[in-house]
Design a protein around this ligand. Structure first.
Ligand SMILES: [Fe+2]
Length: 334
């Protein structure tokens, strides 16, 4: 037992052929080979089951789950495996939110202290991510996740999510992204103006009156599907992000999220949060707004790098209000 962390990560020795370690968390085990990840568990009736995922898809999903601290609600890696954040503890599940697995009794859900899951998932991510593969990057902007173990990419997988305390560009807060800071303009946003707004605050209000060029800031994002905080007012979090290819997780909401499509286009598949049954397909073009209700799951497809403003309600209370029926599942009724 490591006194500093309180939780042991249960890992095997490196595999003699492909070189990856295997990991155990509760009654779940995790193995990878050159192409695939295999998750195994035993059902309540004692039946051993396994689930297979593409290694690249698994690592891209795992990166978000780790990087976002298990996020808001459900992080489904696919229609079978995922986590649910209870904000001090985390459920790890297989088949629990899939109607067919559930009705067949093929599911398993176990709850752990968040730190125990985090340490295990970080160990998997760091062991299974090879040199040259960045799970936060767009597929066209990084190397392959496949093959035998080949080094590591700790700089990429230890990247910290950029969270403003008040607003990007304010004194002692997140700096604007620049060439010198290591954030060149992305190939898809070469036409985005890089000018800055004029600011004329009264003396004494220089750290209160503020504006910045959000399009310029986003044009220099080096990752995709990774909402950062650009402004925070109480529990209102503006989380703009650039998107390309597929959202690596299927997000299940425990609260309402608003989306504003700032440029280009994203298609969303929306389903039932508990059963995975399809519910809607939403095509968002530049200027469109949509809200994802608190009882849905959603996954987006962005054929070209696009800018999406996600507006999150960060209230720790709203989840309980929704469960109690005192706050609505839908943000607006017509
Ligand atoms: Fe979401």
């Amino acid at each position: 037992m490591n006194a500093a962390t309180q939780f042991d990560v249960l890992a095997s020795a490196a595999h003699p052929v492909h070189g990856y370690q295997a990991f155990t968390l509760g009654d779940f085990s995790f193995e990878r080979d050159e192409y695939f990840v295999h998750i195994r568990w035993t059902t309540a009736r004692g039946k051993p089951l396994s689930h297979t995922m593409d290694a690249g898809n698994f690592l891209r999903a795992l990166m978000r789950d780790v990087g976002w601290g298990f996020f808001y609600g459900w992080v489904n890696f696919d229609s079978v495996f995922g986590t649910t954040n209870h904000y001090n503890t985390v459920d790890v599940f297989a088949g629990s939110y899939n109607a067919s697995y559930k009705s067949a009794g093929a599911d398993l859900l176990q709850n752990f202290p968040s730190e125990q899951v985090r340490l295990t998932f970080v160990a998997i991510l760091e062991n299974w991510t090879n040199a040259g593969f960045d799970p936060y990057a767009a597929p066209l902007e990084t190397g392959t996740p496949y093959g035998r173990k080949n080094g590591a990419n700790l700089a990429a997988v230890r990247r910290v999510r950029q969270l403003a305390e008040r607003c990007v560009g304010l004194r002692d807060d997140l700096a604007m992204r620049t060439d010198d800071g290591g954030y060149p303009v992305n190939r898809a946003f070469a036409d985005v103006p890089q000018d800055t707004p004029e600011l004329h605050p009264e003396p004494g209000f220089e750290n209160d009156v503020h504006a910045f060029n959000l399009f310029a800031y986003l044009s220099r994002s080096d990752v995709v599907w990774n909402p950062s905080f650009t402004s925070v007012v109480k529990h209102s979090f503006m989380c703009p992000t650039t998107e390309e290819h597929i959202l690596p997780i299927i997000h299940g909401n425990d609260r309402v999220e608003w989306f504003f499509q700032m440029c280009d286009e994203i298609t969303w598949d929306c389903g039932d949060k508990l059963t995975a049954e399809p519910r809607a397909r939403v095509v968002m073009k530049a200027g469109d707004m949509a809200a994802m209700p608190a009882d849905c799951r959603h996954q987006g497809y962005s054929p070209k790098r696009s800018m999406l403003l996600v507006w999150e309600n960060g209230s720790p209370k709203v989840v309980h209000d929704i469960l109690a029926g005192t706050s609505p599942v839908y943000p607006v009724t017509f």
